[in-house]
Design a binder for this molecule. Sequence first.
Ligand code: G3I
Length: 365
Amino acid sequence: MNRTTRRTFIAGGAAMAVAAAVPSARAEDVGLGALATRSGRFFGSALTSEAIRRGGDYLRLLGEECSVWVPEWELKWGALVKERTEAPNFRPVDSILSAAREGGKRVRGHTLVWHEHLPDWVAKLGTAGDWDRFVVPHIRQVAERYRDEIFQWDVVNEAIEPFDDSPDLMRQTPFYRMLGPDYVAEAFRLAHEAAPTARLYLNDYGLCYADGAQERRRKGVLRLLERLLSQGVPVHGFGSQGHLDIRSTFNDRVFRDFVETLAGMGLELAITELDVREADDAAGLPRVERQERAAAEVEKVLAVALDNPALTGVVTWGLADSESWLRKTRPIPDNQGLPYDDQLRPTPMRRTLARLFAGAAKRHE
Ligand code: G3I
């Protein structure tokens, strides 16, 4: 079977077993999801319901490379509901779940409680009564609806914000206003009641680098997780988003200590939104050099994370640069930060991911 046939054949979920059963296949010929599966982990990508509608080569690539899909925005409260009186619109999410079932993909849920992408009227809430009247039904309804389809949830996203000057380093959000810091514990308890078999994660960003602000973020995350675990809250894992930045300073020991501390708490770990923001002067460099730099940045972080059996998987935030949020909201219009470029050609990062997964110590459930 030549490379193209194998890559095409891998597109379907069933082929995942074939790829995994072909140990002699060269790493570059086996999908990243299949390589991750061999190490007892998953590899996936965020995708949108628009990508499902569009179909074509990008969807085929998502099928070939991923064992897990994550709805990029469709599960967020503000995408499900606009007006207070309306019922949630689950159709965009359901289109992703239906395609995932057909392709043999597992779906990771993102996210039940987040201070962004909220319906306007939710952002204005602030009492314990609001929590009972609106947040409880929201968490219950969404988690229950997908209880048998979403295997891992970002229950609460971005709960830490040192610059909010809160003594507990927690972000001052409408949810914090409603219940204080205990909103996190309540959200996890509700999610566990509604989806008892799902693995429940706290998710946050700005945790991989050695600077002072990220050190405070790591401190805030660990303090929150310690409190949740001491209260017997059903938190199973932590998602480090992994929005990497070439301009930041990475220190292997610092990040390794953080990963080992999380694992030492008995938590699973996932890298949940991996991509690379280039340096501001990148535009003037040769494209291949830019892509090599991005691949090297990913290797720094994943070499540490994949060393730890607590790591359950890696999700990139999009699979191709043309789909990246970084193109919409960052000053580099042609940012090179994902495993595939604008023409859906593999970048050095794809080769790096394949090599790292192929060489990773096997994780036992
Ligand atoms: O909500 C509308 C929907 O009603 C409409 O049908 C659809 C049509 O395309 O657009 C939707 O709007 C935008 C959506 O992306 C789809 O493009 C939202 O206005 C826009 O805010 C949303 O942006 C997403 C953002 O989260 C907010 O949800 C980005 O794509 C997504 O990459 C970004 O992802 C976040 C993670 O959730 C958390 N970590 C940071 C990461 C990057 O900001």
